[in-house]
Design a protein around this ligand. Sequence first.
Ligand code: HEC
Length: 115
Amino acid sequence: MLRTAALLSVLLLALPAHAAAPVGDPAAGAQTAKTCASCHGATGNESLDGTYPLLAGQHADYLAKALRDYRSGARSNAVMAGFAQALSDEDIDNVAAYFASQPGALHDLSRIDQR
Ligand code: HEC
């Protein structure tokens, strides 16, 4: 019994950290995203101007963290603080899943040689 418990705890520790990442519902997030469209565009690709970040295709956990940080004040931006404070944790996970699911121009540096 003790050995089983020890083995189980080793297996649990071996699980990748992202296995516990929150998973939102993109369809529900599409509703919330309507509030964001005037600045980020309907899909997160059509930002109002060059200073407004593109959201489409960004990692959901990044988007969710950014929104929680705006909401708490850990990340300071007067505009985004107002929008983030209107969102519940569930809204944040859903809208992050929605923008993450949109095809976008964002890419990582693994393709930097192709520039
Ligand atoms: C009035 C314009 C406006 C609206 C509406 C708006 N945003 Fe933003 N958003 C911005 C600006 C400007 C920034 C950049 C702020 C900064 O420099 O931190 C930003 C940044 C963000 C970021 C951080 C992106 C990154 O790459 O770090 C996220 C995530 C985000 N917005 C999500 C949303 C969501 C979700 C909504 C709707 C609920 C929304 N925004 C509505 C203007 C807006």
